[in-house]
Design a protein around this ligand. Structure first.
Ligand SMILES: [Zn+2]
Length: 317
């Protein structure tokens, strides 16, 4: 940019959003500037696309009016479907309102004054086609077209609740404030209630697992991970136990020391992980949760923050 300014010795106004740059230069400078840009990098070729009228830049279309000022309106891309959440669909009202307000706000922010009404009517037509009542759209419009929007207040904590219709919205209004925000998610789907069409793989045949072996005679549990089929690793534990090898397997070590026996008939798969690292993290979290009952001693991953550990745990499994 500095180079361009120095080599043309002309005033170039520059507007930029990340790597989308808009130059505003004198009309006579367009050709020379294009020439300079094309010399910069041999592989890069800039073409002049001389739009008589509107130029698309990001979400806007720009043009120069008779006084030489730049005017803007919302770009209408042919790929836009104007398909929004339908008014009659089972969604919280704040989400539907958010869609309408979001688009109307963009009109007010990005359009020159003379195009606002036209763009509003353009989108109003599509809101109506998506089932939104006319008075709802008009109310949203009057709410934002002239007002100074207050800075957006975001709550410190969010609670996720299932959306169960109108009562959920009443509940949300009653309990949300600056400290606690409520966000609504879909209720139960039909899917999980139906039997799966895929055959479930028995625990012992699964790969890349984090598994748990309990002790039959006390509350101790062993949590381990393996990338191979689980049955192979379990066989190794079993064999270590048969040959009194306390070094190779912690399960064997525990059982030999206390004369206990592992519950090989009920081996649980507690999680999966494609990489050893991922499995080790999960393993560490599960051990942390098992607390004193965990009998692993090798390579413990120490998690200092219990809350953090728990939130990761919830995410992972
Ligand atoms: Zn035991």
């Amino acid at each position: 940019m500095q180079y361009l300014k120095e080599s043309t010795l002309l005033r170039i106004d520059e507007y930029r959003l990340a790597d989308d740059i808009l130059f505003v230069v004198d009309k006579t400078m367009i050709e020379p500037l294009n020439g300079i840009l094309n010399q910069l990098q041999p592989g890069l070729c800039f073409k002049l696309n001389n739009p008589q009228g509107w130029l698309t830049y990001m979400d806007m279309e720009l043009c120069k009016n008779r006084n030489g000022n730049i005017i803007s309106r919302l770009a209408r891309k042919s790929s836009t479907t104007y398909n929004y959440i339908k008014w009659f669909s089972f969604h919280p009202m704040y989400q539907k309102k958010g869609i309408v307000l979001g688009i109307l706000k963009r009109i007010v922010k990005l359009c020159s004054v003379q195009y606002r009404w036209g763009d509003f009517n353009f989108y109003r037509k599509y809101f109506l086609l998506n089932g939104y009542p006319p008075n709802f759209i008009d109310k949203c419009w009057s709410q934002i077209k002239d007002s100074n929007w207050p800075p957006r207040v975001t709550s410190n904590f969010f609670v996720k609740l299932p959306y169960l219709g109108k009562n959920s919205e009443i509940l949300k209004r009653k309990i949300s404030d600056n400290n606690i925000g409520i966000t609504m998610v879909g209720g139960k789907n039909v899917g999980p209630g139906l039997p799966s069409l895929y055959k479930s793989i028995p625990n012992l045949k699964q790969k890349e697992t984090v598994y748990e072996i309990g002790c039959q005679d006390c509350s101790a549990i062993y949590i381990g991970e393996t990338g191979r089929p689980l049955e192979k690793r379990i066989d190794e534990h079993r064999n270590a136990l048969y040959r009194d090898d306390t070094e190779y397997s912690r399960v064997a070590d525990h059982c030999i020391r206390f004369n206990h026996w592992p519950n090989f008939d009920n081996i649980k798969v507690r999680g999966h992980g494609k990489t050893k690292f991922e499995r080790r993290i999960k393993e560490g979290i599960l051990r942390e949760i098992a607390g004193k009952n965990a009998i692993n001693k090798v390579n413990p991953i120490i998690i200092k923050d219990q809350n953090l550990a728990f939130s990761h745990f919830v995410q992972f499994l």
